[in-house]
Design a protein around this ligand. Structure first.
Ligand code: LR7
Ligand code: MN
Length: 579
């Protein structure tokens, strides 16, 4: 009874002091920090140094001390509990200037403790599922973080969150790959600082700008853990994030598992949770995109919101993968540069070559989403991105690469380089076709698995073509002089009868009047009657099936009219049409 009383007293004391529950990084146990108390890494390291410190040059020591003097370790300071901070208007100019360094509010980040608290966002089901995981049975993890000119406080906040919120016995090591940054704080002071962390941290400073793809490979090559876990350098992990990811990989080594990626505001650094019914897809531009998980997948999961979502693609930055499996399926495409494209490439490859991709809703990691990229793209931004995407298309997309090239004609002009080693890999692994992927993994894709045409839809009499005019939805669907390049004039008539340009569909809209107009609308997964058209190859008519009327060009818009009498404004050539 005595012990019970003491326990209860301690419990009340703890609650009363709103003490912060966090992981004891030294023993893999719970550590209680009292209100206002900080867990300074240097203090922790004193208890159990991981590395024998060698001779430290005084200059580095001083530089680190200066950095640390400007770093907040106050758990209850501004931004605690995931809150955002607002900068005083008097500092507006300085704030904007600092923003440019990383394309996020660096001043806000610097105000917030690198040690800040975050709420536990998990559902009770997620919590109890995770609590029942025996972490001692899980394999060890190497966390790999690559960065180019990352800010000091965002990088440290990520490291702290990992160290405090991960069971110590799961963490084999943290590997930092410095992709040829030119900021002093990422050099010797960082080397010294991480030595004092209570988890082994290895840093590699790459001798040239390698891009995130090759930088990650530099990390995976030296990783000792059974599981690799890649993270961006401006993230914060939340309570219980790690065991669910590792459990799924451990149960099936061919699973690649991502957390839910929450939003850390680039403006205030507020932690904002993202939807747990979102998965990854892609569009004709070969951009990764978030979409609502379709009913099909919700029902496969028996509507259990704690169960993993089988996602067609992953965002790319945050995922766990069995190391051996990562190598078995060909790591990354080393021909890709700087940034972009690798996320869809690995997504297609994992599914097509026998693995699977999941988002685990019981694991949440925040990421600072930016509106603009902060760094240079050696070789030119568009060129690099097109180059990477074209490699993905050439190797994995078979005939469906036409959708990409029609939508992004500039990508045809860039040199994709030699893709033969990757094609050989696909051959060796006996990977399935892209059509299989679309039909079985991603039938909701904006790229239709079965289609009758891809290319322009032109009216020979006027030489006008269907054109989105850059709009996604609109009162009236437009036409413009055919330019033969694609882009806004890239359309596909699908087997189901949608006429779509990426995610935009031609729709027959019946308003209050008797006339029916043609509009642009967002395509739906199951097309409704207003989106269903057929093509009469002989008469060259495009017919709205439900009304039996024909699409005609009038002035600079499309309209629905009676198909008789025949007139040249209802006559359409549909490029690459195959019934
Ligand atoms: O040349 C470079 N070298 C690098 O080391 C360029 C970048 N990097 C580092 C960079 O410092 C960062 O740590 O690589 C990491 C990712 O770069 P970001 O943060 O600029 O990328 P992002 O968050 O804008 O983009 C997403 O898509 C990328 C495509 O290449 C990568 O896959 C990113 O990892 C990925 N981020 C996420 O998935 C987080 C969620 C964002 C979304 C959607
Ligand atoms: Mn990022």
């Amino acid at each position: 009874l005595g012990w019970l009383v003491i326990d209860v007293i301690i419990l009340f004391y703890t609650l009363d002091n709103s003490a912060i529950q966090t992981r004891n990084v030294l023993r893999g146990e719970r550590l209680t920090l009292e209100k206002g108390e900080t867990a300074h890494p240097l203090a922790l390291a004193e208890k159990q140094p991981q590395h024998q410190e060698e001779h430290v040059d005084p200059e580095t020591e001083e530089a680190l001390n200066n950095l640390l003097a400007g770093t907040s370790f106050d758990v209850n300071g501004p931004g605690s509990n995931g809150e955002g901070v607002n900068i005083d208007p008097s500092k507006d100019a300085e704030m904007k200037e600092m923003f440019k360094q990383n394309q996020f509010n660096l001043m806000a980040s610097n105000l917030i403790s690198v040690n800040r608290t975050l709420p536990d966002y998990r559902s009770s089901k997620c919590k109890s599922n995770t609590d029942s995981i025996n972490v001692k049975e899980l394999p060890s993890v190497s966390i790999i973080i690559v960065f180019h000119n990352e800010a000091w406080t965002t990088l440290l906040r990520g490291l702290y969150s990992i160290i405090y919120r991960s069971p110590r016995n799961l963490l084999e090591e943290i590997i930092l790959i410095d992709d040829y940054s030119d900021r002093a704080h990422l050099k010797k002071p960082l080397d010294l600082f991480v030595q004092r962390l209570p988890v082994p941290v290895h840093i590699v400073h790459l001798p040239e700008r390698s891009g995130l793809i090759r930088a990650r490979l530099a990390g995976s090559d030296i990783a000792k853990g059974k599981v690799l876990l890649f993270l961006d350098a401006h993230i914060e992990v939340t309570e219980g994030w790690l065991p669910p990811l590792i459990t799924r990989v451990h149960e099936d080594r061919k699973r690649v598992v991502a957390p839910i990626i929450d939003v850390i505001s680039d403006d205030t650094f507020e932690y904002v949770t993202a939807s747990d019914t979102t998965w990854g897809g892609f569009n004709w531009h070969l951009n990764f995109r978030w979409y609502t998980v379709p009913e099909r997948e919700m029902s496969r999961r028996n509507y259990d919101r704690a169960s993993p979502i089988r996602t067609p693609t992953i965002a790319g930055g945050l995922f766990a993968v069995d190391k051996q499996f990562f190598y078995d399926i060909g790591t990354y495409d080393k021909g890709m540069q700087v940034w972009g494209g690798e996320n869809l490439e690995i997504s297609f490859r994992v599914w097509m070559c026998g693995g699977s991709l999941e988002i685990h809703p019981c694991s949440r990691v925040g990421h600072v989403f930016r509106k603009q990229t902060p760094y240079t793209f050696p070789g030119g931004t568009a060129k690099v991105i097109h180059h990477n995407a074209a490699r993905t298309a050439e190797v994995w997309m078979d005939e469906y690469k036409q959708f990409f090239y029609s939508m992004v004609p500039a990508a045809k002009q860039v040199d994709a380089g030699d893709v033969s080693p990757r094609l050989k890999l696909r051959e060796t692994l006996q990977c399935k076709t892209f059509r299989w992927y679309l039909e079985n993994i991603y039938p909701e894709a904006p790229v239709p698995a079965t289609y009758l045409s891809i290319g322009e839809i032109s009216n020979p009499a006027t030489k006008l073509c269907f054109d989105t005019m850059g709009k996604k939805t609109g009162e009236s669907a437009g036409v413009s002089p055919c330019h033969g390049i694609g882009g806004n004039q890239a359309w596909s008539l699908t087997k189901e009868g949608q006429i779509r340009s990426d995610e935009t569909c031609i729709s027959a809209f019946r308003g209050f009047s008797t006339s029916t107009t043609i509009r642009l609308e967002k395509c739906t997964v199951t097309p409704s009657e207003k989106h269903i058209f057929s093509y009469d190859e002989e008469k060259k008519h495009i017919i709205h099936v439900q009304s039996g009327k024909c699409i005609a060009v009038k002035a600079n818009v499309l309209e629905l009219e009676d198909c008789e009498p025949l007139n040249s404004q209802m006559s359409w050539n549909v490029a690459n049409y195959q019934a």
